[in-house]
Design a binder for this molecule. Structure first.
Ligand code: 13P
Ligand code: ZN
Length: 269
């Protein structure tokens, strides 16, 4: 028995997470247990689910997140592999709900699999998004090779240097990652400081944020859209590195070409 049985719309969301998990593995961005995904599934919760007993004790989130009152999430399990999640999402992740004090969560289904160690960042970001009325419901943390490599050079960590370079590699990048790439300096994985710095960067109006020498954190309406934003940015990083490995610095699109694209696609400046 699974909570997904006879819940088609909820199952569709969870299987979309599984599909993305498979892409992350195929791309080489998900070594071992690397990366994590959470999706706010509250809109798919029915009365039957609301009556279910929790299968874990209430565990502290570590902070109080008032906008998460009554919210439910699917979370990748900590130490679980994306390549396993791709085949069996409910054996490598679990469904949790936030308790009424907004300071704890409990696991509801299918198995008592502890959520990702990056839960503080994920839940704090979901709380922030709901607070500002955003339609975004999914967050993704992954380790894209080329973007992480570029984050080892301090010149790319200055505000919007990398954004501008990546946008100029191929027109689609600005069209499909129109808010660019925010930068968060290196901080301890799973820490509250990292969660706070991630929100600060998202608040500056980035959908994708680089965690220096670690990975990226992306938000969007659903998990496929969040993946797509990371994918287009990393593609540009890869094009840049291909040009460099052929022995030249790529020209990049001209400022005039970028401006035309921005006007035609009605993109943010
Ligand atoms: P989890 O296995 O706890 O999700 O951690 C993976 C990771 O990438 C931490 O940054
Ligand atoms: Zn990580």
């Amino acid at each position: 028995m699974s909570i997904l049985d006879n819940r088609e719309t909820l199952a569709k969301q969870i299987w979309q997470v599984a599909e993305v998990a498979g892409y992350l593995w195929q791309k080489g961005w998900a070594e071992r247990n690397g990366g994590n995904i959470t999706v706010n599934i509250t809109e798919y919760v029915d009365d039957g689910m609301r009556k279910m007993e929790a299968i874990s004790e209430a565990r502290p989130i570590g902070t109080v997140l008032p906008h998460l009152k009554g919210c439910w999430f699917y979370c990748k399990g900590t130490q679980r592999r994306m390549r396993d999640l791709a085949r069996a999402p409910m054996d490598n992740g679990s469904i949790i709900r936030i308790t009424d004090d907004c300071a704890h969560y409990e696991i509801v289904a299918d198995n008592p699999i502890a959520p990702t160690s990056e839960l503080p960042s994920h839940l704090a970001v979901h709380d922030y998004l709901l607070g500002k009325g955003s339609p975004y419901r999914a967050s993704l943390h992954t380790h894209p090779i080329e973007l992480v490599a570029m984050s080892h050079n301090p010149k790319y960590l200055e505000k919007d240097v990398l954004t501008k370079l990546l946008w100029s590699m191929i027109p689609e990048t600005k069209a499909f990652a129109p808010r660019g790439l925010g930068i968060v300096p290196y901080m301890m994985p799973s820490s509250k400081e990292l969660a706070d710095a991630t929100i600060k960067a998202i608040n500056e109006d980035y959908d994708v944020v680089m965690w220096e020498k670690h990975g990226v954190f992306a938000v969007d309406t659903d998990i496929m859209a969040a993946f797509d934003q990371v994918d287009v940015l990393n593609k540009s990083a890869n094009i840049y590195m291909c040009a460099r490995s052929m022995g030249f610095e790529p020209d990049g699109m001209t400022d005039a070409a970028m401006q035309e694209l921005t006007d035609v696609f009605k993109l943010p400046k």
